[in-house]
Write a protein that binds this ligand. Structure first.
Ligand code: E4P
Length: 216
């Protein structure tokens, strides 16, 4: 499973990139607003250079024509842009139009198998089941990821399953074991994945032993 960072924070992108583990970045309107980017094009231009892989950015129009217009404009900023559209009737139509124009799309806010099937049939390059938000309402987020992976395999569907709304390291492990091709997560989750108390303790012991050798 490839690891994507879910953020609109340029410093987080820089740091995670320096670890050499990030294959792409997703954002959403909430994250862009939180980061306070007033000039979206400037943010996209800068972020697109920092990302070794696709940068997923979401349209904010709600009608098909508006989404297509916005998607085309955004995609013109950098060659590695993928356009996120919501899983609505208008969003599916926009996905089809953008896909036919050669612009990769990510159908987002997917919460059911039928939505995942529709998104794939609308030509989505990526489909994003939201794990944490399903768990929030007592449903089985990872179960949906597993089922989408199985359904796509059964029908030879090429759309990539992008497990989104991953809130903790166990979500990441389970999404990878479920067969999602991509998992996107906040920087805090990526950092939690690196850390292990036995790594810290082991390193401290190695360093202490090494210093004893130096002291001789
Ligand atoms: C993915 O593209 C979404 O931006 C994200 O994963 C949503 O996560 P949340 O449900 O924790 O807000």
């Amino acid at each position: 499973m490839l690891l994507f960072l879910d953020t609109a924070d340029l410093d987080e992108i820089r740091t995670a990139r320096s670890w050499g583990v990030v294959s792409g970045v997703t954002t959403n309107p909430t994250l862009v607003a939180k980061a306070g980017h007033r000039d979206v094009r400037a943010f996209l231009a800068e972020a697109s250079h920092l990302v070794d892989g696709p940068l997923h950015f979401e349209v904010t129009a709600l009608d098909r024509e508006g989404m297509v217009r916005e998607g085309r404009e955004l995609a013109s900023v950098a060659p590695n842009l993928a356009i996120k559209v919501p899983c609505t009737e208008e969003g599916l139509g926009a996905c089809r139009a953008l896909a036919e124009a050669g612009i990769p799309t990510n159908v987002t806010l997917v919460f059911s198998l039928n939505q995942a099937l529709l998104a794939a049939r609308a030509g989505a390059a990526y489909v994003s089941p939201f794990v944490g938000r399903l768990d929030d309402i007592g449903a089985d987020g990872l179960g949906l990821v597993k089922d989408v992976v199985r359904m796509y395999a059964l029908h030879g569907i090429a759309a990539k399953v992008l497990a989104a709304s991953l809130r903790h390291p166990r979500h990441v492990t389970d999404a990878a074991l479920a067969g999602a091709q991509i998992g996107t997560m906040p920087f805090s989750v990526l950092r939690q994945m690196v850390r292990h108390p036995l790594t810290d303790a082991g390193l401290a012991r190695f360093m202490a032993d090494w210093e004893r050798l130096d002291a001789r």
